[in-house]
Design a protein around this ligand. Structure first.
Ligand SMILES: Cc1ncc(C[n+]2csc(CCOP(=O)(O)OP(=O)(O)O)c2C)c(N)n1
Length: 638
């Protein structure tokens, strides 16, 4: 059933369709979304919810000239379907295929590559301003932002700025589906609930529809009437006052699944004399019952088979991940110490913190998509004698860089950071890879930067962090939890763990590639190359004693990290060697090079970068051959 969809090469084709055909197209687009998630894990419920909004936007504006930003970008799939990418649609999130987020390299209709929430209003403001400065005054700039992303601080910075500038032609569409990934939280959520359930607005909605039925579809009289009704009730009702007071015209709520009504409202708001916030009500998961009923699971479900509207099988992975380990360690710590709290920034589900939330509701804090606030909040708690754990993905924590500096590191407060998804995250791609945290954390005085080598280490490291009198960051990847067979050494500040010594070379391993390194040295041993492995555990303070000894004694040394090479662990090793005046010409560094890494399965991406077992083996072979010293000749001359 893709009669219409397969003929849509660009939004211009949409404008030739009747309303009934657009409604059929919406059904075909939902079918395409459902077929996609049969085969792979992908963003789903949010996309089902914006199908009509997407069609209404593309038939009301010309986004070769007008500007459109989908905030965050995870709900971009319908937009991809109608902007010439239907033929490649099933390649989404696979290596070499379409990105699961906007990507300017794919289409002129994607303006920014995004994946982090909250910047849409700012960027469309800039686009609008830039267009005006180059003489393009007629265009409109549209930001579509969810109610989950709306509370981000930066959104309010932009709304405030836009209201003050009275930017005409700026349209913010609030896509209100009552959900972030989990149910939305906070005072703004309550405010939006009141707006959407206000009887006068609900009455207005049906009254407007009724009136419109008797009026021509387009026409100044209809639009004037809509404004009049709205303005009339607004003064009595004070609906949308928050946005009105910021300088926006607040319009809505509008039914986001009624294409005709949406298009009428879009035509109307185009003519506003100042920025407009159009409040659109949608249903996350619209059109597929199981997703409507459980939008949390169906936000990014595991691949599933369906029969009509029933899910008949889900390919859930049985493996325990590092995120499970971290969540269990957090629960355990909270059980033992009533002063331990945990904070998440809207990622309760991703962080697998549901058990903690349910067990310790008073010590679990979900700030919404507000990472900077979460970190400053944790700093306040720490100052008051609490031991907060900030559990945020490595990539999203970048949002709170200044709070890590000022509120935490500068005060030397005991905040423990759990950096989930550190390293290559896989199908989400460059916006989500946690490549930079080792580099961005290690620049701050007072910050202890750790990279546990395996599951056992991760638990020990959280205990260490909670006992340490200052900030500690702990990173772990989106991966199956591994245990490296050994009796782990007790964690000691700035102490590495030598797992095995080797005559021919040493791998200095930072983080959970440790298990791969252990496999690699087994293979190398069969080839007669004897390589040692150090689980470095601490990137800051570095165990210079162990590391410099390895550099001095080993014919070759390879640093291994699932993080950026610029400023990361390998850099720290070279700095330490340089400071100590030790020859490090035989030190090689493996890690993420100085470019953004595409999307694909994590194992594929790691293999491409030589960060898998085969890559480590190859790197050791190469180093053993290339190194000027004969194998087994110690480098230390003492
Ligand atoms: C800075 C940042 N923090 C967290 C996330 C993870 N995240 C992706 S989508 C999402 C929920 C967004 O909710 P909303 O904006 O309401 O969109 P919906 O999915 O409901 O359409 C979250 C928390 C993110 N993308 N960016």
């Amino acid at each position: 059933m893709d009669d219409l969809l397969s003929n849509i090469g660009s939004p211009a084709d949409l404008r030739r369709l009747s309303l009934a055909e657009l409604e059929q197209l919406a059904a075909e687009m939902r079918e395409a979304l459902c077929n996609l998630v049969n085969a792979k894990s992908a963003h789903f419920a949010s996309n089902l919810g914006v199908v009509e909004l997407c069609l209404a936007l593309h038939t009301s504006f010309d986004f070769r000239r007008d500007r459109l930003i989908w905030d965050t970008g995870h709900q971009i799939y319908p937009h991809k379907l109608v902007t010439g990418r239907y033929p490649q649609f099933n390649s989404i999130r696979s290596k070499g295929g379409l990105m699961g987020y906007p990507n300017p390299a794919e289409s002129e209709y994607d303006l920014f590559m995004t994946g982090h929430a909250g910047c849409s209003v700012s960027t469309v403001m800039g686009l609008k301003s830039g267009d005006e400065l180059v003489g393009e005054n007629q265009s409109h700039a549209v930001a579509v932002i969810g109610d989950g992303a709306l509370p981000s601080g930066i959104v309010f910075e932009a709304l405030n700025n836009a209201g003050g500038m009275r930017q005409q032609g700026l349209i913010v569409i609030l896509n209100d589906n009552k959900m972030s990934i989990c149910p939305r939280v906070g005072g703004l959520a309550n405010y939006l609930d009141r707006l959407r359930s206000n009887p006068v607005y609900l009455g207005l909605k049906s009254e407007v529809s009724r009136l419109l039925k008797g009026l021509p579809l387009v026409g100044d009289s209809a639009e004037k009437l809509l404004w009049q009704i709205k303005e009339g009730v607004k003064s009595g009702l004070q609906g949308g006052i928050l946005f009105e007071e910021l300088g926006f015209r607040y319009v809505g709520p509008v039914d986001g699944h009624n294409l005709a009504e949406l298009r009428r409202y879009l035509r109307m708001v185009k003519k506003a004399d100042r920025p407009v916030l159009l409040h659109v009500i949608t249903n996350k998961g619209q059109g597929f019952k199981p997703a409507e009923e459980d939008p949390v699971f169906f936000h990014t479900p595991a691949p599933f088979q369906r029969e009509r509207e029933c899910v008949i099988a889900i390919q859930k992975s049985a493996s325990r991940t590092y995120t499970h380990t971290a969540s269990d360690a957090v629960a355990d710590a909270m059980k033992r110490n009533p002063r331990v709290t945990v904070l998440t920034a809207a990622m309760c589900q991703g962080n697998k913190l549901e058990q903690v939330r349910d067990q310790f509701p008073d010590r679990f804090f979900d700030t919404g998509i507000c990472e900077s606030h979460a970190v400053a909040f944790a700093a306040g708690q720490a100052k008051a004698g609490i031991r907060p754990i900030v559990d945020i993905y490595s990539t999203f924590l970048q949002r709170s860089y200044d709070q890590i500096f000022q509120e935490v590191a500068l005060q030397n407060l005991p905040v423990s950071f759990l950096l989930d998804r550190a390293g290559l995250t896989g199908p989400d791609g460059p916006t989500h890879h946690g490549s930079f945290d080792l580099a961005y954390m290690r620049v701050f005085p007072n910050m202890v930067v750790t990279a546990p080598g395996d599951e056992l280490d991760l638990k020990l490291m959280l205990d260490f962090a909670l006992a340490h009198d200052g900030p500690v960051s702990i990173r772990y990847p989106k991966a199956k939890a591994e245990k490296v067979e050994r009796r782990p050494a007790a964690v000691e500040l700035g102490r590495a763990e030598v797992i095995r010594t080797g005559r021919d070379g040493t791998l200095l391993v930072c983080g959970t590639l440790l298990a791969d390194a252990m496999q690699a040295v087994e293979i190398l041993a069969e080839d007669g190359i004897d390589v040692g492995v150090v689980n470095v555990r601490f990137v800051k303070p570095l165990d210079t004693e162990t590391i410099l000894a390895a550099i001095a004694d080993s014919p070759f040394v390879i640093t291994v990290e699932e993080g950026c090479l610029q400023g990361g662990f390998g850099s720290a090793v070279l700095e330490a060697a340089g400071d100590a005046g030790v020859d490090a010409s035989h030190v090689r560094r493996l890690g993420i090079p100085d470019r953004f890494i595409e999307h694909g399965e994590r194992h594929e991406l790691l293999a491409d970068l030589g960060l898998d077992v085969a890559g480590l083996v190859a790197a050791c072979h190469k180093a053993a051959v290339q190194d000027s010293l004969p194998i087994s000749a110690p480098r230390r001359v003492s």
